[in-house]
Design a protein around this ligand. Sequence first.
Ligand SMILES: [Ca+2]
Ligand SMILES: [Ca+2]
Length: 363
Amino acid sequence: MKRLLSIWLWMGWMLNGALGQATLQVYPGDVTNNGQVNTIDFLHLGLAYNYSGPARDSASLDFTPIPAEPWPLQFPGGLNMAYADCNGDGYVNYYFDAFPLYTNYGQERDSMVQQDVFIAGIPGIDPPLKFDDAAVPNTVQAGQTVRIPIELGSANIPAEDFYGIAFSFKTDPAHIDLNQISVNFAELSWINPDNDRIWMSKKADLDQVDVGLVRTDKNQRSGYGQVGYADFVIIVDVIVNQQIPIVMERVKMMDKYGNYSTVAGDTIWLNVSPESLSSNNDQPNVPRLDIYPNPTSDQVLVKSSAPVTGVQLVDMLGQVIWSVSAEKQDWLELKLPAAPNGLYLLKVETTRGIGCRTLQIQN
Ligand SMILES: [Ca+2]
Ligand SMILES: [Ca+2]
């Protein structure tokens, strides 16, 4: 009888395993469970967004295998959605699940890693992801922030069934500060008619910043035109005119079923001019900024050499969490929103260009 019971238990265990009820091993941040953490995992957060399932016993965010009960939900293709719950609280959202992904970005399992494959799109055949050439200034100078709109799809080749996109900027770290490259997809556009989207950017290598953008409402979009913009901060003066390339590559576009398609990338060249070396401090495109106090808990005073038109508070994933417009004031006293402790970027838009300062919030 005892033996029969143990066989019965064993059969039950087998059956559970066959039904996918066996305990999973979740590495926080590896939403696709392929052994590495990158923007493709961020895109899959968008597929599982707002879904819920059993919470994990362990709240650890370390990149180690953490036992997890399977969820009754699966990604298209069959992967269990428990992998999307990066922090293990039983729910998929931006703040609590994107941050462990960001923290563990670039981590790889010791074994069984299936590298994500990026296939270059073909210009003229695949929809383009391109910079708006018209916005590239003739010359740029040290300290200047250059804002370039980004377009997806063209009138000839629209982007079909967009749900998310991953791509990388590659550029010269000697002339462009990769720690300060930031993207913004906040404005309404054909991919974003309703603000149901999240994005992140992360420096992934000395010369590479990865970007992920994904919708969160299970609806895909088709169209073309501007989808957002990127800011690049020029850091080094040059002796002679130099051309600095900025490349968008490693592009993968995803539909709402998690299928990927190829997109053609783009390159622009910035002419870094030595003019600022010989001139005085009167650089036309670089406001002088003072912010005080820093660290702060909830208030900050911004003083600028040029009239301020707006201020954005950007979290470490690159998400604008708060913004305010100003009526061309030289100084502003800002009441900051409630935000978790950490480092943020305060972007100050003025009539003479954009200035950025790192701001530490400490409550
Ligand atoms: Ca992954
Ligand atoms: Ca979660």
